[in-house]
Ligand binder design. Structure first.
Ligand code: GTP
Length: 419
């Protein structure tokens, strides 16, 4: 069997809820648990022996993605290409536009993965489910159970419990439809191109009249999945493994924690260990080999330290991501925060945020779509984020605040966006 995988990485406009972190690097390349967000997808694809090529589809300029592609090919020894859409073509529009590249070599099927989801993707198990179906499936979706309160923020699926055929699909319904939600991971048969082509052709006729140039924007969820539901050609494979979306900067902290937990189970060599003349490690911590961490620092649980970062004496960091080339000076404390590239935090300073878990399975977990501001115009409690090249002086407190890049903070802040 020969398979391909397509990872939808979107483009510059897609990362707005991820600001200020997406101002310096395309959101799909933001490091979570030490590695770019979509490296986790590539790693999952490379672990499926039948996947022979990974195609990244997006509308970022090529020069922003190419180095990553070169690095990934060298590391995973798999063919990877970036296909750039000339404009946002939608989650199925790009797949249709590049149908020749996806179909070359006649793959039996191809995976499609949304770039902004994270999880312990059971791709091999899903493939076995897909290939063992009695009737051929045009589209198999990975689904997971969400709580009633959270389900309406996702695509909701109603299945036939015996055959797993999708009977009904609604994207972000306004009233409760189903606990079963779309994980943004699909297996498509090449015959899907015909279906997308039909939508494309109908749009051409319509938009010719309207003189609108948006005719190629086709959404996999609304334009393909919804009409396919109930036809017996779409199936759902349900998983109970960890899965979530990464929409906001706050959800990066959550994804960081879970990928570190996954390393704990499967790739322990990536995690820092305690030892003489080493910092104290509590729980799961990733330290880039080029980072310098003082032996009196205490890190963890759920901390990632990036390339060439310097962590001073007596520093305490918990549930946070420290990006490359940052310096945290002695005795500072960092909790539920992201420190951007090339930033400096002075000594005896405290950066603290409030966790914001997007977990669809937890009934009262803080949700990913909490509005940024409350009714008094103050920032709602969130993780604390420093953009890149921020300088925080010694002996101040920054609580639940977002600092845009290139700022020298003069004082303490609480629940503010510092522009
Ligand atoms: P939002 O809540 O509005 O973000 O919707 P959603 O969760 O349904 O996400 P959406 O369908 O917009 O995007 C799913 C994935 O597809 C994300 O990883 C996007 O970056 C990616 N994506 C979205 N639109 C496009 C597009 O036009 N082209 C490409 N290549 N990728 C896209």
């Amino acid at each position: 069997m020969m398979l391909k995988a397509v990872i939808l990485i979107g483009g510059p406009q897609k990362g707005t809820r991820f600001r200020p972190l997406s101002l310096d690097v395309p959101k799909p390349l933001f490091p979570v648990a030490g590695f770019p967000m979509i490296q986790h997808h590539i790693e999952a694809c490379a672990a499926v022996p039948d996947i022979k090529e990974v195609l990244l589809l997006g509308y970022f300029p090529v020069q922003q993605i190419q180095q990553f592609v070169t690095d990934m090919m060298a590391q995973y020894k798999i063919r990877i290409r970036y296909l750039q859409e000339y404009t946002a073509l939608g989650t199925a529009g790009g797949i249709y536009h590049f149908r020749d590249q996806i179909s070359s070599g006649n793959p039996d099927a191809f995976f499609v993965l949304n770039g902004d989801v994270c999880g312990d993707f059971p791709l091999q198990e899903m493939l076995e489910f897909h290939t063992k179906l009695k009737d051929p499936s045009l589209l198999t979706i990975m689904g997971t159970e969400a709580t009633r309160q959270q389900s309406n923020m996702y695509g909701c699926i109603v299945e036939d419990k015996h055959t797993h055929k999708i009977l009904h699909y609604v994207e972000k319904p306004s009233t409760f439809v189903s606990h079963l939600i779309n994980c943004g991971v699909y297996i498509c048969s090449p015959a899907i191109f015909k279906k997308v082509g039909e939508v494309f052709s109908s749009r051409q006729d319509f938009y010719c009249d309207e003189n609108n140039d948006n005719s190629e924007t086709i959404q996999l969820e609304q334009d393909i999945l919804m009409p396919l539901a109930g036809t017996g050609q779409a199936y759902v494979y349900t998983t109970d493994r960890w899965w979530s979306q990464i929409k906001t900067a706050g959800s990066a902290i959550y994804a960081n924690r879970h990928y570190l937990q996954l390393y704990h189970k499967e790739r322990k060599e990536r995690l820092a260990e305690n030892g003489t003349d080493k910092p104290t490690i509590m729980g799961d911590v990733f330290i880039h080999p080029t980072a310098t961490v003082d032996s009196t620092a205490v890190l963890g649980p759920n901390v990632s330290i990036g390339k060439n970062a310097v962590i001073g004496a007596g520093v305490r960091i918990r549930e946070s991501i420290i990006l490359g080339n940052s310096t945290i000076q002695e005795h500072s404390c960092i909790l539920y925060s992201v420190v951007g590239w090339n930033s400096t935090v002075g000594s005896w300073t405290r950066l603290e945020g409030t966790p914001c878990d997007p977990n669809p399975n937890k009934p009262f977990a803080k949700m990913d779509n909490v509005p940024l501001f409350n009714t008094e115009g103050k920032l709602n409690p969130s993780i604390t984020i420093l953009g890149c090249n921020v300088s925080v002086p010694s002996e101040i407190i920054v609580l639940n605040s977002i600092v845009l890049p290139h700022k020298d903070l003069p004082r303490s802040y609480k629940n503010e966006i510092i522009l």
